[in-house]
Design a protein around this ligand. Structure first.
Ligand SMILES: [Zn+2]
Ligand SMILES: [Zn+2]
Length: 317
């Protein structure tokens, strides 16, 4: 790597910088862009770390086990980079049996990590097709009793990636996850993609746990009103910062302060102005600053509120 390149990368947390070896050592250049399906060029560099927050917050939904950006970052490195900018803890979220087991292991080994376990709605549809959904849900039920598992999620409905034929399996799986959360007294973390109406229908029709969270809240003012009425939490991700997210921003303005959470859903949904680049928990201050500005609240007050809400939902780390 040239000196110029090294200087360029100085704002990126060390563990997230592009590897020096072996490509540069061999006289070659590592690639920091890739061409995606459809021909779009994508920048694979992790963005610079933001200025630290004045008071700590929790990233309440992340996937440390999904790799992006061509670097291998350990749980400890991710936790350290996050802590350096005021992100003192995170919820590691499972989507299937292996990733749910990974979440529990990470939570047991790291005091800054708590786990959520579930079969993602898209995985639920896929597993149902091959007759393996039942077994998978049984494992989630087992993991749910673990003390460092504090949420059942992500579960819910996804009509964007799964077609009509997968919907009955998704709904059945969603209902089973709600039962597990209620039985074990854990928070419910909902994945709702293009399925607001049916998610609300299932929730209103179920015996719910105390804490219900819409992860990566993607509704508008109408859904925010429903959440406000029912005391359901709204977790805002980088999508809230996008220029065309008028519906989410309307919801953000309306949400009761005691129901607001923040998340990265990393490595996805990198906040503005780094949309499209890889994401990580250390990036959350960009979204927190947007939330504070958009609601015309102070940054310190916003951080303190988000922290209090996070501890209310997931308990102490
Ligand atoms: Zn999700
Ligand atoms: Zn997720």
């Amino acid at each position: 790597m040239s000196q110029l390149e090294q200087m360029q990368y100085q704002g990126i947390p060390e563990a997230y910088r592009p590897p020096v070896e072996p490509v540069a050592a061999a006289g070659g250049r590592h690639r920091t862009t890739t061409v995606e399906k459809g021909g779009n060029k994508r920048n694979l560099l992790y963005p610079d770390a933001p200025e630290a927050l004045p008071s700590p917050v929790i990233d309440n939904h992340t996937h440390l086990d999904f790799r992006d950006g061509k670097v291998n970052v350990s749980v400890q490195q991710a936790v350290d980079a996050a802590a350096a900018v005021g992100v003192s803890g995170l919820i590691q979220v499972g989507c299937d049996v292996p990733s749910s087991r990974f979440a529990l292991k990470a939570a047991n080994e790291h005091p800054q990590v708590l786990a959520a376990v579930a079969i993602h709605p898209n995985d639920a549809a896929r597993l149902a097709e091959v007759g393996e959904l039942e077994q998978a849900i049984e494992v989630i039920e087992e993991l749910a009793s673990e003390p460092r598992v504090r949420a059942i999620g992500e579960t819910g409905l996804d009509y964007y990636r799964t077609g009509d034929e997968g919907r009955p399996a998704q709904e059945e799986s969603f209902r089973r996850h709600i039962e597990i959360a209620t039985r074990h007294g854990k928070a419910l973390q909902i994945h709702d993609r293009d399925a607001h109406e049916d998610v609300v229908r299932v929730l209103l029709d179920s015996e719910l746990p105390d804490k219900v969270v819409f992860h990566c809240f993607s509704g508008d003012g109408e859904l925010a009103r429903i959440c406000n009425e029912n005391g359901w939490y709204m977790s805002f991700a980088g999508t809230a910062t996008f220029k065309n997210s008028t519906g989410i921003q309307q919801a953000l303005a309306l949400a009761k302060p005691e129901l607001i959470l923040v998340e990265t859903d990393a490595p996805f949904l990198t906040p503005h102005p780094f949309r499209g680049r890889p994401n990580a928990s250390y990036m959350i201050p960009y979204t927190v600053r947007f939330i504070a500005d958009h609601r015309r609240n102070g940054l310190l007050e916003t951080c303190e509120q988000i922290m209090a809400n996070s501890l209310e939902v997931y308990g102490a780390f």
